[in-house]
Design a protein around this ligand. Structure first.
Ligand code: MRU
Length: 346
């Protein structure tokens, strides 16, 4: 299973809007195609859209025809503006674009071909670092899981949401690889159904036992004692440990606290936004009302009904038992533990 691959100067993405029914690749040879794929969620998940945007910057540089220097730099600024305008919540997108643009800025004295080569190297680096970070996160996180645990997850924070292995699902994978008997409950995750379409499929492909439930069943199963832990990913984590993740995560976190179940967040440090004091400042994407009024293209709600469709919510830090990263596990108070992790060498 792969989320994205670079081949013959093109980016290939596994079209996640078609999974699990069809396995179709999308070929991107322009940065505009990459931006469109991110916006329309053909590729999704915070780390995956960061890596995808990095390759979008490479394509933007390859498409350019003209003089080096200022005209090239303003073209690249336009490329990064278009890519950054695709989705507002996951900070990994802006993190990756900034990392790529710093390569452009620092090498303006070089030839265009040399800059293109450096950009491609950097995009590959971002991709492989992401897989490596997920594996490390898995090793730290799996120590928190016990043999026999049943873990609830929300949305898809797996291989499909990253360059490979996954964050929340990476922790589960690592626990299974360590020989623990782990079962998973996957919330279907309305409206986009990442849980039903992607998490259930991804875990079944790996032979990890998964049970699919609708979002409103989580409390019922927690109360019955069927769930022993929750692990989710994140789109942005503020300096105080407030976590933005897929809409419905907050509900799950509150239910977990009420039922004395640990609620873990697994995310690379590229998901931290320590410039934001709290989660209140995290921009929340509002998506097309059709995602709520329709399921798989079929209308399920009255014509002209008023609709709200925020794609993410913010879970206040008091509900978060621990944050698992590639540099270790942060515990409350997050104001100090997240900073310490960022400063820590790998
Ligand atoms: O709208 P999506 O599918 O991009 O939202 C994805 C999530 O909310 C994930 O949980 C998050 O990005 C972490 S992925 C490792």
């Amino acid at each position: 299973m792969y989320t994205l691959r670079w081949q013959d100067n093109k980016l290939y993405l596994l079209d996640q809007t078609k999974l699990p029914v069809e396995h179709v690749d999308i070929e991107c040879s322009t940065y505009e195609e990459v931006a469109d794929a991110i916006k329309n969620m053909k590729v999704r998940g915070a780390p995956a859209i960061g890596v995808t945007a990095a390759y979008g910057i490479v394509l933007g540089a390859m498409e350019y025809v003209g003089d080096k220097g200022e005209p090239f730099f303003s073209h690249m600024e336009e490329v990064s503006r278009v890519l950054a305008g695709t989705r507002p919540t996951a900070v990994n997108l802006f993190w990756a674009i900034e990392r790529m643009m710093s390569i452009v800025r620092d090498n303006m004295d070089k030839s265009l071909d040399e800059i293109r080569r450096l950009l491609l190297d950097e995009a590959h680096k971002i991709k492989y670092e992401d897989i490596e970070a997920n594996k490390k996160m898995g090793r730290f996180g799996q120590e928190l899981l016990k043999d026999g645990d049943t873990i609830l997850t929300h949305c898809n924070a797996g291989a499909l949401a990253t360059a490979g292995y996954g964050t929340a699902l990476g922790v589960i994978r690592a626990a299974v690889e360590a020989g623990k008997d782990i079962k998973v409950y996957a919330d279907e995750t309305r409206p986009y159904l990442q849980g039903a379409r992607l998490t259930a499929w991804e875990l079944m492909e790996d032979g990890i036992p998964v049970t699919l439930i609708t979002d409103n069943m989580a409390g019922y199963f927690m109360r019955k004692g069927a769930i022993t832990g929750v692990i989710v990913g994140a789109d942005r984590i503020a300096a105080n440990g407030d976590v933005a993740n897929k809409i419905g995560t907050y509900t799950v976190a509150v239910l977990a606290k009420e039922n004395n179940i640990p609620f873990y967040v697994a995310a690379p440090t590229s998901t931290f936004d320590l410039a934001l004091e709290s989660g209140e400042k995290i921009p929340i994407e509002e998506r097309d009302p059709r995602e709520v009024t329709h399921i798989q293209g079929k209308r399920i709600a009255p014509y002209d009904v008023k609709v709200k469709n925020p794609a993410f919510d913010v879970t206040p830090n008091r509900y978060v038992t621990a944050i698992i990263t590639e540099k270790g596990v942060a515990h409350p108070p997050y104001g100090s533990s997240l900073k310490e992790l960022v400063l820590k060498a790998q």
